[in-house]
Structures are given as structure tokens and as C-alpha cells.
Design a protein around this ligand. Sequence first.
Ligand code: DON
Length: 303
Amino acid sequence: MDYQEVLNQVLEEVRPVMGQGKVANYIPALAAVDPGQFGMALATVDGELFGVGDWRTPFSIQSISKVFTLALVLARDGDALWRRVGKEPSGNPFNSLVQLEYEHGIPRNPFINAGALVITDRLLSLTGDPRGVLREFLRAESGNPSLDFDSVVAASEAEHGHRNAALAHFMAGYGNIENPVPSVLEHYFWQCSLAMSCADLARACGFLARHGRRAGGERLLTRSQAKQVNAIMLTCGTYDAAGEFAYRVGLPGKSGVGGGIVAVIPNRCGLCVWSPGLDARGNSVAGVEALDRFTTLTGLSVF
Ligand code: DON
């Protein structure tokens, strides 16, 4: 298949919706991003890379970081992890508080903010430096040794992070946070602030297309664990829009409020699309459209 040709066509077909949606403004540093940008990249399991548009421009990965922190904890803890966080879709917004009280401080899944805070807390207990471990992992997988945090975004989110602080303290009240809440929040804000391009991210999710094998060939996850992460992406990766995403795109995917979405085609490639305009549920409008076009044009989905 001529992937470059497909991406060129996707770019043309997506033009009418480019710039639609609203940039996230609850993190003020993200509100400053030009909403007209669009990029898409595809990295095959054997190292080929294709891209269109602004595919080399770094953007804030935000919640896409949750895929990688989940993988890093699952690799170390295995199934013991599921005592502290569930694996069911929430049907609620990513920063919702209500479900947590009904469910006694156990978040529905690792991709809503509450679940991701538990994962960061665990990675802090396991490594002492979750943000550093994550950055090293992503540098290695993307092949980009200079990718880094955006300290302006991290500071902006910390300053406006009341909801995340509420979630973390609430869970600490149920005994589901092991470390001091301020440390967990700090590491979480930094992990979300990582700046990566579509090219970096398409490569970085390659281990999920290679059934758990890292870019260098060594294993991070068992084949079964890689399946588990992909399954949770499919059912929970786009929050209360996961049903519509599965219906339209048919791939495991994970979005972030920076406007990025990664998607995985097992055995074949990692994909990343980026356009900052978001729909009401926090997913990139042009990004979802592009992935919808991609799987429709190519017939490549998990179904
Ligand atoms: O914690 C937050 O609200 C952000 N750092 C990340 C949220 C996010 O990306 C949700 N994804 N669509």
C-alpha cells in the first residue's frame, strides 16, 4: 500500500473541517496555539515513516501520555495494578468527579484523569521519577533524543489544576494514592506537558503495534499485555466519545486536549494525527475525521 499517497488524500479530504472546534482553554498555555494546524504521521513496525502537513511540529501530548505511563506500570506490576484502577469505559468526561464517590475512590479506567493520577502515583512509588522515566522511554521509542517537557505548559496547568488536585485528594481520602498528593500532581502535570510531533508519537506507539516489543527489539509488555492496552484504548481512549470513535475509526486510539490522537494498527503501524480544534468531549475534530477517512480509504481497522 502506498501510505504516502493515502496520507496526501486524507489531507485533502480533511481540509473542510480544519480549524473547526475550539482549542482547550482551561489550560491557558494551550489556548495560545494556532487552531488551523494539521499533521498526520504513520510509522510502520519495521521503521518506515510517512507524514503530511504539520507532522514535524511538536505539540503538547497531554493525555496521550497516559498510554505510556499505563504501559510502564503494567510492565512492572502486571495484574496487581487492577486492584487500584478499573478497566471499564466511564461514559463521563475525562475530568469528572462524580463517579469516584460512588465507586469508593477506584477510578473507572487508567485514561480518565483520576485513573492516570493513580498510575503516576504507582510509577512514582516504583521508580521515584515517573516524568524522567517517561521522557527516557519516549526518547528511545521515538528515536528523538531531544524531545522534552514544555515548562510553560506544565506551570500553566499546575496553576489551574484545581480539578486534578480535587481528584487526587479525594482518592487519597480513600487510601488510593500512596505518595504526597503535591508530588503526584507535579509529575502528572509534567508528563502531560511533553512536546512531541506526530512523527515522534507515531513511532512511540510502535511497541503496541509490535505486540509489546520496543523499537530496539526488547520486550516491554507481554503479547497479552499489549492486547490489554490496545483494548483499553479502544474502549476508553476517547472518553465519553469512545463508542463513536470505535464506530467511525475502528482502531485503538488515545486523544489529548493538545489536539493529538494516536492510533494503533496491530502488526502494521502506529499513527498520529494532530489538529488543535477540539469537540465538546475534548477530541480533535479534524483528527477524528482524518482517522475516519484513513480507515475508510484503506480498509485497515481491527474489524
Ligand atoms: O489533566 C488534564 O486535564 C490535562 N493535562 C489532560 C487532559 C486531556 O488531555 C484529556 N484528553 N482529551
